[in-house]
Design a protein around this ligand. Structure first.
Ligand code: BMP
Length: 264
């Protein structure tokens, strides 16, 4: 059997049934990019400026919308304009973790109305499968997709072993789930996309437990699909455009190497 990691993103997009996954694979192929920018900046102006600069090189813009000090509805409208202009998807890294009924309210309502604009969001399955069902009730009618946090990148993280296995089981049986946050390809039962944070070309980590691995380790060796890079692109003293190009090229080279190695 051919592994999903031996197939091109284009092939996988054509046979996927979830509309967000189809769109993501199509964008990755069009832009030759498996790079997601983690845009953890503090203001609306900074977020929009960064998204506009780096937009041409990414397939997904990952936000923590609740760290923006001057959030308003116009920010969302402008992010949507940039997403169309530069051809990328919006991923709100909300990490929902409550019972199904509560996450429905948090995902669809409040100030942020995440389901109205984020193509992708994510959750912990610590409350059990009801969290996926609650989010799906809001997200499926809007054509959205969900990632499960099967692992984390930080030192001492507790998402391992049987807990990670439970994530995989739940993902396989819920169509609303399009993949995982984690460090590797997790299953061949259906085409679930892995997105990996904690990616850096140079630094080993930070002072608060973050751990970095290279695109080659993540994409070529581990079979992950999307690299998520934050401070490696916009950190102190960095030129975001230069760094985004560097990470886009490194991520794509790692993907081409994976195809070459696994098919030869
Ligand atoms: P940076 O590349 O600057 O370390 O940023 C990583 C980003 O990925 C942050 O937005 C963080 O919230 C997110 N993240 C992570 O680092 N590890 C995880 O396991 C899950 C995450 O969402």
């Amino acid at each position: 059997m051919v592994s999903y990691s031996q197939m091109t993103y284009a092939q996988r997009g054509k046979q996927h049934t979830n509309p967000v996954a189809q769109e993501l694979f199509a964008i990755m192929e069009r832009k030759r990019s498996n790079l997601s920018l983690a845009a953890d900046v503090a203001t609306k102006a900074e977020l929009l400026a960064l998204a506009d600069k780096v937009g041409p090189y990414i397939c997904v813009l990952k936000t923590h919308i609740d760290v923006i000090s001057d959030f308003d509805a116009d920010l969302v409208a402008q992010l949507q304009v940039l997403a169309s202009k530069h051809d990328f998807l919006l991923f709100e890294d909300r990490k929902f973790a409550d019972i199904g009924n509560t996450v429905k309210l948090q995902y669809g309502g409040g100030i942020y109305r995440i389901a109205d604009w984020a193509h992708i969001t994510n959750c912990h399955v610590i409350p059990g499968e009801g969290i996926i069902q609650g989010l799906a009730e809001v997200g499926i009618p809007k054509g959205r997709g969900l990632l499960l946090l099967a692992e984390m990148s930080s030192k001492g993280m507790l998402a391992t072993g049987a807990y990670t296995d439970k994530n995989i089981e739940m993902a396989v049986r819920n169509d609303f789930v399009i993949g995982f946050i984690g460090s590797r390809r997790f299953t061949e039962e259906r085409d679930l996309i892995t997105m990996t944070p904690g990616v850096g070309l140079h630094a080993a980590g930070d002072a608060l437990g973050q751990q970095y691995r290279t695109p080659e380790m993540i994409v070529t060796e581990n079979g992950s699909d999307v690299i998520i890079v934050g401070r490696g692109i916009y950190g102190p003293g960095k030129d975001p455009v230069t760094e985004a190009q560097r990470y886009r090229d490194a991520g794509w080279a790692a993907y081409e190497k994976r195809l070459f190695v696994s098919n030869s």
